[in-house]
Design a protein around this ligand. Structure first.
Ligand code: MBD
Ligand code: FE
Length: 311
């Protein structure tokens, strides 16, 4: 059966009625978006001869996705979040902004509200016998390369099981374990004393993994650390680095890896004096360069629903 009904008056009228596109009330932008996206879906049903069974499987999938709370996880896994980065990179290029630390996706696991410390923060609140000590440090610089004082560097990462506090299915971690915020002084420096993370894997029974299984993709990320950097007079930076040597570095299910975001990991001694759990520790220098405001404002600030807690 390959009927074509999309272009008929009946269907075009249905689309208009269903979205109230010609009505004078309601959110005009939302009407525009729903009309376009619903129309694209209708057209795809025609073009690909999508069956009722397939449509209902898709509807049921969306219900499971919502029940699992995984819509933002699926957005990362399907490259939608990466696509938004590609567009923001292109928009920056168009207005001549370059030279800052490259952005990469935020992901769905940030929690607002970590205590802000001056210069350095110890963020491994819970013991983790399988993780060795790690120091992450660097300098926040402005577009001119000079250190930025008063910037807030936030970081968050997984434990040795690949789980993030607040979202840990085992319930093992306390609030804000492996999450921190540091305010820079005049030297622009920040430092986190923490533990080495391991890569994340999607919940095996969740809707995201279910779809990935069906299209023969994995749902894993290489070990990584997320950052937000905020500073008056600069645009907010959302980025991550990957842990060098992770076998999945170029096979990230969320497509966040970038050449410039794989800093070297060095072996250091002297951890005991820093209060680390062992004298031998790993050290990663990750310098952060901010970009200027555009027309006096942050033109790429992203609003999205984020978890928050009080420390
Ligand atoms: C993560 O830790 C992550 O960073 C992303 C993008 C998706 C799922 C888990
Ligand atoms: Fe992550």
């Amino acid at each position: 059966m390959s009927v074509k009904v999309f272009e008929t008056q009946e269907v075009q009228d249905l689309l208009k009625a269903a979205t109230n596109i010609d009505g004078s009330n309601g959110n005009a932008r939302l009407k525009q978006l729903v009309h376009r996206l619903l129309g694209d879906l209708f057209k795809a049903i025609d073009d690909l001869d999508i069956t009722p069974d397939e449509i209902w499987a898709g509807i049921n999938y969306l219900n499971k996705l919502g029940q699992d709370g995984e819509a933002a996880l699926l957005a990362a896994g399907l490259g939608l979040e990466k696509y938004l980065d590609i567009r923001m990179d292109a928009a920056d290029k168009a207005v001549g902004i370059d030279g800052g630390t490259p952005r990469t996706i935020e992901g769905p696991l940030y929690v607002a509200g970590a205590p802000v410390r001056d210069g350095v923060s110890r963020i491994d609140l819970d013991a983790d016998t399988d993780a060795g000590p790690l120091v992450i440090r660097g300098t926040v610089a402005g577009p001119d390369g000079k250190p930025v004082a008063g910037a807030v560097v936030e970081c968050w990462h997984a434990n040795s099981k690949g789980f993030y506090s607040h979202f840990d299915p085992t319930g093992a971690q306390s609030d804000f374990n492996l999450r921190g915020a540091v305010k820079t002084g005049a030297d622009g420096k920040y430092e986190f004393r923490t533990l080495m993370p391991v890569g994340y894997g999607c919940p095996p029974q969740g809707a995201t993994q279910q779809l990935l299984d069906a299209i023969a993709r994995h749902g894993n990320r290489p070990a990584h650390v997320h950052f937000f950097v905020t500073s008056d007079g600069h645009r907010k930076l959302t980025t991550q680095f990957n842990i060098e040597g992770d076998p999945l570095i170029w096979d990230d299910f969320a497509y966040a890896t970038r050449e410039e975001l794989i800093p070297p990991v060095t072996e250091q001694a002297g951890g005991t004096a820093l209060g680390l759990k062992a004298d031998a520790y790993k050290d990663i220098e990750f310098n952060l360069k901010l970009t200027p405001l555009v027309g006096g404002k942050d033109n790429q600030l992203v609003n999205r629903l984020r978890a928050s807690a009080t420390a």
